[in-house]
Design a protein around this ligand. Structure first.
Ligand code: F6P
Length: 330
């Protein structure tokens, strides 16, 4: 039942924006099927906010989302739209929503998506409910974002492989994982693979003491090491850090592997599929109930609504105990 004074919605739209994340398709499916089972029409907008500006709307019925729950990527495609940052771009987008008689929107994405959605709500009062979809897990208001679990499992499995060859050759490997501004992927994958060290933007990086720690290991005949580097660390990426460590320890046989976009693709894990389905379903229910301007997350196993402004402005901190764990268990 919509809140008092809210007209009932007849048609909603869904889009995916920013970096894609495994589980986005499961979320789209949940949005469409919750919508259709509530008796409303659902449209998909291709290429995120850019498709909203360029009038790329498609009809999504229940059948259109069959057989996608297990697939990575996003059937709606994704983009980072510069034009949507301008009032002129947002005006075109609004006109297209009106032309298609869209009453509300579910936006699946990360921080950039939420900023765009928030600007749009402020200007046009258009109802939008957001769902956290990013492998980075860097959003306030949810324990996990859609795609994070799959990404850390992908990273873990790749690092396991690297560990075999690192041991075989007594090499010091610097493995760079994604995380533009955050070290969540780095931290979890470091714990899960028993890495010797983790380098993340949330904690200061001391190259000299890292080099010394690895030298101590080396002198104790522990010749193979894995150091996980978050791409967003203030000292630069894995190549720069490996070079600096090598300057301290020229005897090391150092190697660098950048995992890159393999972390963004692949079949979503069970956890991501279930999370995406749950958040997508709740997003539609919230929208139909007259809610707008919130991100639907999951905190301590319960659904949580966080105002978009809060989700955007808050920094998400890593648990210092997990950082300590890497060092103690290494
Ligand atoms: O935000 C998700 C993310 O994968 C970051 O970890 C990474 O820095 C960025 O997207 C890469 O973006 P793009 O694919 O546009 O280069």
């Amino acid at each position: 039942m919509p809140k008092e004074g809210c007209p009932a919605m007849k048609k909603i739209a869904v889009l995916t924006s920013g970096g894609d994340a495994p589980g986005m398709n499961a979320c789209i499916r949940a949005v469409v099927r919750t919508g259709t089972s509530s008796g409303i029409e659902v449209m998909g907008i291709m290429r995120g906010f850019q498709g909203m500006i360029d009038d790329e709307f498609i009809v999504l019925d229940s059948q259109a989302v069959s057989n996608i729950i297990q697939t990575g990527g996003t059937i709606l495609k994704s983009a980072r739209s510069e034009e949507f940052r301008t009032p002129q771009g947002r005006k075109k987008a609004f006109d297209n929503l009106k032309q298609h008689n869209i009453d509300g929107l579910v936006a699946i994405g990360g921080d950039g998506t939420f900023r765009g959605a928030n600007a749009f709500i402020s200007e046009y009062g258009f109802p939008i409910v957001a769902v956290p979809g990013t492998i980075d897990n860097d959003l306030y208001g949810t324990d996990f974002t859609i795609g994070y679990d799959t990404a850390i499992n992908t990273a873990m499995s790749a690092i396991d492989n690297i560990k075999d060859t690192a041991n075989a050759h007594n090499r010091v490997f610097f493995v760079e994982v994604m995380g533009r501004d955050s070290g969540f992927i780095a931290l979890r994958s470091a714990i899960a693979t028993g890495a010797e060290a983790v380098i993340i933007p949330e904690t200061p990086t001391d190259i000299a003491s890292l080099a010394q720690q690895l030298k101590d290991n080396y002198d104790r005949k522990k010749r193979a090491s894995i150091i996980i580097v978050a791409e967003g660390d203030e000292c630069g990426g894995a190549f720069k850090i490996a070079q600096k460590v090598k300057e301290h320890n020229p005897e090391f046989d150092t190697k660098v592997t950048v995992l890159g976009h393999i972390q963004r693709g692949g079949r979503p894990t069970c956890m991501d599929r279930v999370l995406a389905s749950r958040l997508g379903m709740e997003a539609v229910r919230a929208l139909l109930n007259g809610t707008s301007g919130v991100m639907i997350g999951q905190l301590h196993k319960k659904i949580a609504h966080t105002p978009l402004v809060k989700a955007i402005k808050h920094n998400v901190t890593v648990n210092p105990l997990l950082v300590e764990m890497v060092n103690i268990l290494a």
